[in-house]
Design a protein around this ligand. Sequence first.
Ligand code: SF4
Ligand code: SF4
Ligand code: SF4
Ligand code: FES
Length: 579
Amino acid sequence: MTGTVKFHLNGQEVAVPAGLTILEAASLHGVKIPTLCHHPDQRVKANCRVCVVEVEGQKNLAASCATAVTAGMKVRTNSPRIRETVQTILELIFANHPQECLTCIRNGNCELRRLAADYGIREVKGEMACDALPLDTSTPSIVRNPNKCIKCGRCAEVCHHVQETGILYSHFRSVDVQVAPEYGKSLSDVACVLCGQCAAVCPVGAIHEKDDIARVWAALDDPAKHVVVQVAPAVRVSIAEEFGQQPGTIATGRLVAALRKLGFDRVFDTDFTADLTIMEEGHELLHRLKSGGALPLITSCSPGWVKYIEHSYPELLPHVSTCKSPQQMFGALAKTYYPDRAGIDPADIFVVSIMPCTAKKFESERPEMNSSGHRDVDAVLTTRELGRILKQAGVDFAALQDSDFDDPLGISTGAAAIFGVTGGVMEAALRTVYEVVTGQELESVEFTAVRGLQGIKEATVDLAGAPVKVAVAHGLGNARRIMNLLRAGLADYTFIEIMCCPGGCIGGGGQPYGTTDAVRRQRIEAAYRVDAGLALRKSHQNPAVAKLYEEFLRQPLSEVSHHLLHTKYRNRSLYKLKG
Ligand code: SF4
Ligand code: SF4
Ligand code: SF4
Ligand code: FES
């Protein structure tokens, strides 16, 4: 629909683009209508009714999220009848909701609590009838508290229509409705990939990351522990949001300074092992091209994606790169190479990861992630948990002076900076593979064909006269479409990048609340600005990675590399879900 539509909003005539809902149109004119089930990136569900408005000529109040503006329509968003209705809806929700705000993980950013404050809810009228259902704490990543669920359906929507994993369903009817896995199963008993996209869209404390802050404090408070921290590329372009700054704010230096204030002995950078991943994965691709290994090669740095292919396409696992993710490569080196050089007993080292991702918690606990003889990674905090621990420590993030990462695991290139963006791993790999194969310097390092939020992107790259077709997918629904092509023998790609979460890690399930496509774009642009601002933009130019090979690993795909930096996968198809 094109053109503009004029309508009356609270007595004033206003013009808006045609095709908008009343909710969207009102927002354009500075009128915020309350919502709970609505999410800007999702289809209309219209089940909570807190967004009701009066439309002249209509007897019933209209759900503004589900009603299109029409020419001449007269809408009121604020009247005694509307306020009373919204208050009644909120009171009904609270009558069936645990009054645990003070101890709730969403205290401070709960959408329901904010509405209750805005609407002056001071008492819960009627009889309280809270559920006392058991919590699902079966996974290392996600906690489900069905007692706090307001049945908005946002989690099921993302799980079914974005990730297409179909784990969360609405069960039962009317007041008994529950949003949960099938047959009352726990998340560890179904093919949940622990991506946390459900948690990222939940408006309340009904699904959230498992909180590992206490374990990190215990390590930091233990004088016998040498506690090192690594930070994923996507965190530096989102952490400032936890302190009220705009999405897309680049906060690398302040992030390092904040981690020093927490008391970490060394502040390192996952970008270092992102560069290392490109060296290992790029050479794995070249090795497979030369020696006839399974092609296309598929990236392995997204743990939700790896768990998904283990559950859903186990016969395609030989295509997945054997490279551990940058998080796990870092952990393996932090327990071998680093303590060797620093003269520290690896048993005393405690590795903390700051990740945008809830599935990284699961990945760190995979039994095989201990090739150094110790757990590669001891604790994983999401960006949201980092925000909370910094607040607990009284760190004034806005006032911090920039600090630099520590050597040697803190040096990185622009290629690593874009790892957290859909298409970023592919672009970083192409920068290195092209130069290794052709022996020529790239004229432009920017492979724009693999950039952007399109669900599936394709490009063909000329490698010394040989055209190489690549594909990039983000969000598991898009991954599924590529895997179906591959399963049917219809995928003529050589290399495929898959990221579990929409937009890549910048849209991870552990990122600050409020992630929408608009926010994803801002974080993506920031990651590209970080890349463009660095002197070195190709992983093979990283001097610290070159030194690591010279002193320790010898060469990409060496025996030591294979032992420490590569891994294997398992079939988790039906009835083989655990482990
Ligand atoms: S989910 Fe929100 S309203 Fe419910 S207990 Fe937590 S903070 Fe309070
Ligand atoms: S973590 Fe991901 S796969 Fe699991 S229920 Fe949530 S959205 Fe679905
Ligand atoms: S778990 Fe959260 S997102 Fe899912 S239905 Fe309940 S309140 Fe909504
Ligand atoms: S936000 Fe409109 S019905 Fe829920």
